[in-house]
Design a binder for this molecule. Structure first.
Ligand SMILES: Nc1nc2c(ncn2[C@@H]2O[C@H](COP(=O)(O)OP(=O)(O)OP(=O)(O)O)[C@@H](O)[C@H]2O)c(=O)[nH]1
Length: 401
């Protein structure tokens, strides 16, 4: 569940980053497209400027041809100029038509219409000059040229120059504004994009840190729980002072040993060890020395038996030993003897020298009982017989062999 959530969060985070990157790239792409569109508009303006220039040149050629016609003395000399005059008129018309075809704003359209009137007027004046020439009124033609045609032509030229300058200025202003907008938008997109990605990464880092902190805490808590569970298990099954198995665990093990013996044969031996005059040790040397003696006895009992055997403390100064896989009482007696000898060793606690004695009673499964309680009772009874007179369990039990 937790892993599933982490996976989902990871996928959501990657999707978020991808989304931010997508938005970022889309903005940059749109900006680039905007720049390209602006270039197209500028090119459009440049095309208009070219057409205006073309019209201006054609108008100039037409005016020049007329001028040359007026200056020519021989009427035949006028013909090539007349041809040029007409061709230029065609070019002026063509240029203006192309300009209109590119599309005009309402303001441009108004200027264009005013210019159309001026062009008609110029054409009428120029044709009047030509008529005067071909009618042989050269002087009047010159006067009409100087008085009417040339000023009108200059006005036309000025108008075209104004148009061209206006387009150039508009181009320049648009380019500057676009460049500034582009730079600002680009900068803001990059800054916001980088900020969004950084923020997302920070959030992810913070979340991952929190999750790992929580999981570490959880692991620690689990470990502590497991430790306290183990301590509780230990407490429930072992004696706190000596660390030996307690009565409950001993009964459990005895039961297991009896079952094993039932199934596979063999016998189970029990030694009941009760210390002699232990109360005196407590009374004379204090409870702490009594505790130390109990721990020492536990240690020696452990050393006397095999790994597979069990030693337990039933309470007070009473211990039991479970001997598995024994053949007969002789094996139990051998173990009891070993324990007696081990306990008989002088025990030292600093300057204190103590003699430890114990009475040991034994019982054998199945000979002395067929369950745990019967066996413990039998061993306890045997121990009491020893304590109350026999020198040792060996002597007491010998008659039963
Ligand atoms: N120091 C210490 N003493 C304990 C502990 N448990 C029981 N005792 C003492 O062990 C003594 C046992 O006394 P008894 O049952 O009379 O045994 P005993 O003095 O050995 O007498 P006999 O068995 O007849 O020789 C009592 O004084 C208990 O208070 C313990 O954990 N530590």
């Amino acid at each position: 569940m937790h892993r599933g959530l982490s996976f989902l969060s990871g996928v959501a985070f990657v999707a978020l980053i991808a989304l931010i990157c997508g938005l970022l790239f889309n903005s940059l792409y749109q900006l680039r497209a905007l720049g390209e569109q602006l270039n197209i508009v500028v090119e459009h303006h440049n095309r208009k400027i070219d057409l205006i220039t073309q019209t201006q040149v054609a108008a100039h050629i037409r005016a020049d041809s007329l001028y040359r016609m007026v200056l020519a003395d021989d009427p035949f000399e006028r013909d090539p100029h007349f041809l040029e005059f007409n061709r230029a008129a065609f070019l002026v018309g063509q240029g203006r038509n192309a300009l209109r075809a590119l599309g005009l704003t309402p303001a441009e359209q108004r200027d264009f219409d005013a210019q159309t009137q001026l062009v008609s007027h110029i054409q009428a004046v120029q044709e009047h000059v030509v008529d005067l020439l071909y009618d042989g009124h050269r002087t009047q033609a010159r006067e009409a040229l100087a008085r009417d045609a040339i000023p009108l032509q200059e006005a036309f030229n000025a108008q075209l120059a104004d148009m061209r300058n206006a387009y150039q200025r508009a181009n320049l202003a648009a380019q500057r504004a676009a460049q500034q907008t582009y730079r600002q938008a680009y900068l803001l997109t990059v800054i916001f994009g980088a900020a969004a990605i950084t923020l997302a990464l920070l959030i992810a880092w913070h979340t991952i840190r929190k999750i790992s902190q929580k999981s570490r805490q959880l692991r620690d808590q689990m470990a502590a729980l497991e430790q306290s569970r183990a301590a509780l298990r230990e407490e429930a099954t072992h004696d706190a002072l000596t660390g030996l198995a307690n009565r409950r665990l001993f009964y459990d093990r005895l039961q297991q040993a009896i079952r094993h013996s039932l199934r596979y044969g063999g016998k189970v031996g029990i030694l009941y060890v009760d210390m002699d005059r232990f109360k005196d040790i407590n009374d004379q040397h204090g409870h702490h020395i009594g505790d130390a003696v109990l721990m020492e006895v536990a240690q020696r009992l452990r050393e006397c038996v095999r790994e597979s055997d069990s030693v337990a403390r039933l309470g007070g100064d009473e211990f039991v030993v479970l001997l598995e896989g024994v053949q007969d009482r002789q094996d139990c007696l051998a173990a009891a003897l070993k324990i007696e000898q081990s306990l008989a060793r002088t025990t030292r606690f600093g300057d204190l020298h103590l003699e430890i004695d114990a009475s040991i009673g034994q019982a054998l499964y199945p000979d002395d009982g067929d369950d745990e309680d019967a066996l413990i009772r039998a061993a306890d009874a045997a121990m009491y017989r020893v304590k109350s007179g026999c020198e040792s369990e060996r002597q007491c039990s010998l008659p039963f062999q």
